[in-house]
Design a protein around this ligand. Structure first.
Ligand code: XMP
Length: 319
């Protein structure tokens, strides 16, 4: 009979056999898949593994610190944390087209990853957190729709160093199984139970030009929204929840004064695979509480809207 404990032991044995005395690099994103892959491989081969975390400066508040703390301090994994936010934000300056944003981020990500990997003196294997649905999807890709809605960038999709062999220890698992394995490996619930987060990060939640100031503002809004969702015990009932910074200023009133500040949108959806999604039906009292907190606590935001579009016809992300 099949248990996750047996899968863990079996996979560790396979990784050891495949890698031998070789060296492995693994791109970490802070997401569930790359985290579980990294910890599992580390358990198999210890310091023969180096993780590379390319920080594009477009993560949620405190996420980069959490990645470093978890993998370096708790699991003792050799981790390169490259703060490349100046590079990414510099190259994104003036870019407003969603596809160009995505492509710019994807390209820089590979560049920086390869640079860090070369600094390490190269590696024999590249580890990826590819899941079973990703395997199916690429097999059936020719039969799928011929229109690319969005060019996806994620850490798992790194075409870096084609000379390296791939290690994909999660290829037989579905997402919920990866979570079970992650818990078994002792990865904190905050990471294992985390909502999906897109590779391009907050850049695709800031329609228009992306700047560090806008990303900072968005992080504050996002933090309040997610805090209220957790406090209300709703986090696990939601597939994804996030804020979008709107490129529009509107008039408001605060105390005796007139304000002319930015508007934001909140988005929360339920889904099973991200292909279709329904709007999460918050009650009005919850939305009012979040709205009041955001306008009172985040200077620069004076209007909050809730996105009530399902997918289709909307997509989950705004870009
Ligand atoms: P959309 O916006 O297409 O998103 O409805 C569907 C799911 O995919 C996530 N997403 C991405 N994930 N790299 C990723 O790793 C990407 O470039 C990317 N774009 C969207 C999105 O957050 C949702 O879960």
């Amino acid at each position: 009979d099949w248990t996750m404990g047996a899968y863990r032991a079996e996979t560790i044995a396979k990784i050891r056999a495949q890698v031998g005395k070789g060296r492995v690099v693994c791109g970490l994103s802070g997401g569930v898949d790359s985290s579980v892959a990294a910890v599992l491989i580390h358990e198999a081969i210890g310091d023969q593994l180096t993780c590379i975390y390319v920080d594009h400066g477009l993560m949620r508040a405190n996420e980069s610190e959490q990645v470093v703390k978890t993998f370096r301090d708790r699991f003792n994994i050799h981790l390169v944390h490259r703060d490349a936010s100046d590079l990414f934000l510099g190259q994104l300056s003036g870019v407003t087209d969603p596809e160009i944003k995505r492509k710019t981020i994807g390209r820089l990500f590979i560049e920086v990853f390869e640079e860090e990997q070369n600094k390490l003196g190269g590696a024999d294997f590249l580890a990826q957190g590819t899941l079973y649905p990703d395997v199916i999807e690429s097999v059936s890709a020719t039969g799928g729709p011929s229109v690319t809605i969005k060019s996806h960038h994620n850490v798992g999709g790194l075409p870096a160093g084609m000379r390296m062999q791939l290690i994909e220890p999660l290829r037989e698992l579905f997402k919920d199984e990866v979570r079970v394995l992650g818990r078994e490996l002792g990865i904190p619930e905050e990471i294992v139970g985390r909502h999906p987060f897109p590779g391009p990060g907050l850049a695709i939640r800031i329609p228009g030009d992306v700047t560090r100031e806008k990303a900072d503002l968005l992080r504050k809004v996002d933090t309040v929204f997610l805090e209220e969702i957790r406090n209300a015990g709703l986090y696990d009932a939601i597939w994804q929840a996030f804020a979008v910074l709107l490129p529009v200023r509107t008039v408001g009133v605060m105390g005796d004064g007139r304000t002319y500040d930015q508007a934001c949108a909140l988005r929360a959806v339920t889904s099973t695979d991200g292909m279709t999604a329904d709007v999460y039906p918050f009650d009005m009292a919850f939305l009012s509480r979040v709205s009041n907190r955001i306008v009172n606590e985040v200077r620069g935001i004076n209007r909050v809207t809730y996105d009530i579009t399902s997918k289709p016809p909307g997509t989950i992300e705004w870009e």
